[in-house]
Ligand binder design. Structure first.
Ligand SMILES: [Zn+2]
Length: 135
């Protein structure tokens, strides 16, 4: 049930920011979801809806944005992004990566030096890009 944990973290952060800024209500939450993040959007949306009930974020509009993955080669320092994995990989490979992100090292290599050693610097996880509050 990691959608619940993610939703909880998002709402908690949004409410903390609101308090810090001295707001009374959260009116909008903009969430970025990395394309490498495995997430069941229905479950995530449902969890968000349940969790904001009765909080100052209750009537907030929640927007989602999807972030392309960015990789950085450990060997040569080259950074590259891929717009969508499906241009590069087959369906089965994408599914494998979603379940086991470490597998991406088998399928993806540095376009500059061909090394399979890279860090994923973007495109994983879920975070809040911005929120709008009402004072
Ligand atoms: Zn490289």
């Amino acid at each position: 049930m990691h959608e619940w944990a993610l939703a909880e973290a998002v709402i908690k952060t949004a409410l903390e920011v609101m308090k810090k800024e001295g707001g009374k209500k959260v009116v909008e939450i903009n969430i970025v979801i990395g394309k490498l993040q495995t997430i069941d959007m229905d479950a995530f949306n449902f969890a968000l809806g349940e969790l904001i009930e009765g909080t100052p974020a209750e009537s907030a509009k929640i927007n989602f944005e999807y972030e392309n993955p960015v990789f950085k080669c450990i060997n040569c320092g080259y950074e590259w992004s891929i717009e969508s994995l499906d241009k590069l990989l087959g369906e089965d490979e994408i599914e494998a990566i979603h379940f086991v992100p470490e597998l991406s090292h088998i399928f993806i290599k540095c376009p500059n030096c061909n090394s399979p050693d890279f860090d994923v610097i973007k495109g994983r996880g879920v975070y809040i890009k911005s929120i709008k509050i009402q004072e």
